[in-house]
Design a protein around this ligand. Structure first.
Ligand code: SME
Length: 166
């Protein structure tokens, strides 16, 4: 992995150590990841809510796909497969749910807590076949840091709820 990619991972790690809450942390991660490349044209999180995905913080054109069922879209496919899905040409993929007509390629990296999907990082590019195995490696490393920090926030929230007033 090149220096710029290692630096991005380092910056996400730093953001994790400074974050005060889950939503703010996800917002910061979106800013860091989106800023990594001019070719990232929509960068955001989808988070699992009950049996579907709901859009979280994102940077890019407004999307009508604020809720996505697990049997729908590239996002649903990645959550169902519990593995990263990269699509080099979205126009040739019948699963694709368009958020912008200019999108040509997409990568979706699930946030895995063991076997449980907590959400996903979703990135669209206006350039065909934009996402390389190095992007994937970098984003999977980012996803791991995000999962670890989310779990800490959620554990802390549960402790506060179980011990109100402490
Ligand atoms: N393209 C995604 C939908 C989300 S928008 O790109 C933001 C999909 O096919 O699941």
């Amino acid at each position: 992995m090149n220096e710029a990619r290692r630096k991005l991972i380092e910056n996400v790690r730093k953001a994790a150590s400074q974050a005060a809450d889950e939503h703010g942390f996800l917002q910061t991660v979106v800013e860091l990841v989106d800023g990594f490349s001019d070719g990232y044209n929509w960068t955001g999180f989808y988070m699992m809510c009950d049996d579907h995905l709901e859009v979280g913080p994102y940077i890019g054109p407004e999307t009508e796909h604020t809720k996505i069922a697990l049997n729908s879209g590239i996002c649903g496919a990645a959550a169902t497969r519990k593995a990263t899905v990269t699509v080099d040409d979205v126009r040739r993929d019948p699963r694709f749910l368009a958020c912008s007509i200019t999108t040509r390629s997409e990568i979706v990296v699930p946030l895995m807590d063991g076997d449980t999907v907590l959400g996903e990082i979703d990135i669209d590019s206006d350039r065909p076949a934009f996402f390389t195995s190095e992007d994937r490696e970098m984003l999977e490393a980012v996803a791991e840091i995000v999962v670890e920090r989310i779990l800490q926030f959620r554990r802390a929230d549960r402790t506060i709820r179980q011990n109100p007033g402490r």
